[in-house]
Design a protein around this ligand. Sequence first.
Ligand code: NAD
Length: 277
Amino acid sequence: MSELIPRVALNSGTEIPQLGIGVFLVDPATTQANVEQALELGYRHIDTATGYHNETEVGKAIKASGLARDELFITTKFSNVDHRTGDVKGAFNRSLEMLDSDYVDLYLIHWPMPKLGKFVQTWLEFEEFYRAGQAKAIGVSNFMIENLEQLAANATVTPAVNQVELHPLFQQRELRAYLAKVGIKVEAWGPLGQGRFKLDEIPTLTTVAQAHGKTPAQVILRWHIQEGTVIFPKANSLEHQKANLDIFDFELSEAELTAIRALDTGHRLAADPAEVN
Ligand code: NAD
């Protein structure tokens, strides 16, 4: 199954599987089993964060899977708590220890916290982890264009990705156009809208789903894939984990892509990065 998942080239020279699995709000008590099951099914990309409090369990699942470390792509994120204290090196080393690995594939600044005013300083320390090979790629999350411009003016390394809220109701067109221009790949968090809207109550999605014999969730994930976005939907059940992998045997037409693009409301459903500080 893993060979069906396309890989996206990052500006670091490494590649990321375009589909993975996220573990936000996955209880540490169930994370190891959840991730082990995903790895068994063929997922090879795990998105965690220090703020999710389950890096240790992700690390245990990796060990238990018996897979070679270089077959996996592991992302974790520098937490807002550590961002406030400014202990970047300490936080990174704790993550490596919890993940039981001597490197991560991608390390992200979780939120810019613009009012705190520390993300440039943080990024310069991230560049050291990158140069040392302890982070194969470094990136950001929830960054707005103005934050990226401030970073570009002060940094040597361009972020490999920007991980942002992105789903059919909030498509981030202006930001995505900017990221394409500067060579930063887009990662969608909440690719299915985090359960904040009912997938089967949007006629465009149900119609397209019926036409392909798929579910609205599979149609949304396929739309992300064809848009070139990297995704890692959360799935706690075996059924959802399997369904989310089963999106590589159909293709949305240009008309269907256009219909889904028309669902954009321009409004976030979750937190505004300007207000997370
Ligand atoms: P999501 O959009 O992936 O939605 C998850 C919800 O969809 C769950 O309730 C799940 O049960 C349901 N679901 C999964 N597969 C389904 C299917 N096939 N059919 C129907 N329902 C299905 O939301 P998310 O978990 O918040 O986002 C994905 C990942 O993004 C997270 O796990 C995390 O790794 C990351 N994330 C990052 C940030 C950030 O600030 N960087 C914020 C939120 C999430």
